[in-house]
Design a protein around this ligand. Structure first.
Ligand code: SF4
Length: 503
């Protein structure tokens, strides 16, 4: 049975370093700190100044990138990637960084994000005779770069990305440079740091803490940063677009010890919990987090409400992805492998469970049942983000809309609501959309429907259920709401999306 908890899943983390005599070892440590962004596979490409050296493997960073492997990854610059694989695509061919040799020399790339138009581009390239070794959208980028006439690799990358729509925090490595690029909307994070004389880039600042690097700044949305022996060369070659930074990074994906989009993730989550207690108070004895992602919000909820905070559910961190369920049924088997309640704390008490999000509702249902089995008198669920009603198209593995419990338990939108709601900022209507089979005039899968909270509450078997409001969540992050992507809570997308299909 599959033991992946019912969450949205970030699809990867990236790390790069330029100008360090132990580049591949530092890259391995950086990836280790980013392991939460992908646990299925990882890889590093290093450069010795003349040639690139590659290693990719399935498995965790600490196991896959062994001392022997690192000894072979020679040179003073490196990029690395850690990956969460979606079903059916867990093969070594999909593992990044990808590398090629083409008219612009040797190039390696790793990518955090999603290029929704890549499938169409890939079909065109295949019809023209191109051969692909993976199903990845990132490989399509490399083909584009290899085929683009340009004076150098930087111009080729720039030309291709100017034509690329989607979410991309990208690292390229050539024998003599490292290139870090963030898409103009800045969906996914990317930060710059300094380790003694070396430059490093990473998905999250927690990677810098481990290697004792200094956090310098974010790579800006739309920025292309070339790092070579002469230092940093920053440019903004892409058409400016309204920013859309992923708020789910603050809710769940990023580590709480990271600074994301210039704000502390732990602080955001704590404030979300406090605001949740204001918006969704509860008469109870105990606040209990669903570990680990619910912890900071639960502490905030307890601080604000004055209720006791206890870590009454313990998480087993050593569970693999699959187990064979015994033929004699064990109730809530999958969840029990990961989470176990402390009965003495729970028995006879009215418990507020705080979780960061509810996706399908299946795990929440089992956790509520587990806490009741442990003797809870009442179980109240509080969620530190709004109901998730729509899939993500920007580099996050999400179920299709029909599987999202908050979408399933929603009343249909009022007549005309969709048209009124559909006003994407900066959208070039019709751009390649019909060719891709996408909606030319719509970026909205769903108008804001009324989520039936009571129906969800009954489904998960809780005594009450309360979500944080969109406004409350955004306020807690301290980010400008005008720069935020909130599509999975609103159904309103900042770009064109596949016409009503799951990503
Ligand atoms: Fe993040 Fe937007 Fe995707 Fe939601 S839809 S996970 S906010 S990028």
């Amino acid at each position: 049975m599959d033991l992946v908890l019912d969450k949205f899943h970030e699809e990867c983390g990236v790390f790069g370093i330029f100008g360090h005599h132990e580049a591949s070892t530092i890259a391995q440590l950086g990836l280790f700190a980013l392991q939460h962004r992908g646990q299925e596979a990882c890889g590093i490409v290093s450069s010795d100044g003349d040639d690139l050296h590659q290693f990719r493997s399935q498995g965790l960073v600490a196991d896959a990138l062994s001392e022997d492997v690192l000894k072979r990854l020679i040179g003073s610059s490196a990029i690395g990637h850690t990956r969460y694989s979606t079903a059916g695509k867990n093969t070594i061919k999909e593992v990044q960084p990808f590398s090629v040799t083409c008219q612009h020399g040797q190039i390696a790339v790793c990518h955090n994000g999603n290029l929704p138009y890549a499938a169409e581009k890939r079909r065109e390239l295949e019809q023209a005779g191109a051969i692909f070794s993976s199903t990845s959208d990132t490989e399509t980028l490399l083909h584009g770069i290899a085929r683009t006439p340009a004076s150098d690799v930087y111009e080729a990358i720039e030309k291709v990305l100017k034509e690329t729509e989607g979410a991309f925090s990208l690292l390229f490595l050539t024998p003599k440079s490292l290139i870090a690029i963030r898409d103009p909307r800045g969906f996914r994070p990317l930060v710059l740091g300094k380790l003694h004389g070396a430059w490093c880039v990473a998905s999250e600042t927690c990677a810098f803490d481990l290697i004792d690097a200094e956090y310098i700044r974010e790579i800006e949305a739309g920025e292309m940063l070339i790092i070579d022996e002469n230092g940093l060369h920053s440019s903004k070659p892409f058409i400016e677009k309204p920013k859309s930074v992923c708020i789910f990074e603050h809710v769940y994906f990023s580590r709480p010890d990271s600074t994301i989009f210039g704000k502390s993730v732990n602080e955001s989550r704590h404030k979300m919990g406090k605001q949740l207690a204001i918006e969704q108070p509860c008469d109870a004895d105990l606040v209990v987090p669903v570990p680990d992602s619910g912890v900071a919000a639960a502490i905030g909820y307890a601080n604000q409400s004055g209720l006791n905070y206890r870590q009454a559910i313990i998480r087993n961190h050593y569970v693999g992805r699959t187990f064979i369920e015994p033929s004699q049924s064990i109730r809530s088997f999958g969840v029990r492998l990961k989470l176990n309640p402390i009965k003495d704390l729970i028995n006879g008490r009215r418990v507020v469970l705080v979780d960061d999000s509810i996706v399908r509702g299946t795990t929440s249902k089992k956790i509520v049942e587990m806490v009741r089995d442990a003797g809870a008198k009442e179980v109240h669920m509080r969620v530190s983000c709004p109901p998730t009603i729509s899939p993500c198209y920007y580099g996050v593995d999400t179920p299709c809309k029909d599987d999202l419990i908050a979408a399933r338990f929603s009343s249909p939108p009022a007549k005309g609501a969709l048209a009124a709601f559909n006003s994407p900022p900066g959208l070039r209507r019709g751009d390649a959309a019909s060719a891709a089979g996408w909606s030319a005039d719509g970026v909205v899968l769903s108008a804001p429907a009324e989520t039936n909270i009571q129906a969800i509450c009954e489904y998960i078997g809780a005594d009450s259920l309360g979500y944080l409001s969109l406004e409350g969540m955004l306020e807690a992050t301290g980010l400008d709401p005008a720069t935020a992507c909130t599509s999975c809570w609103t159904g309103k997308y900042p770009t064109l999306i596949p016409n009503g299909k799951a990503p």
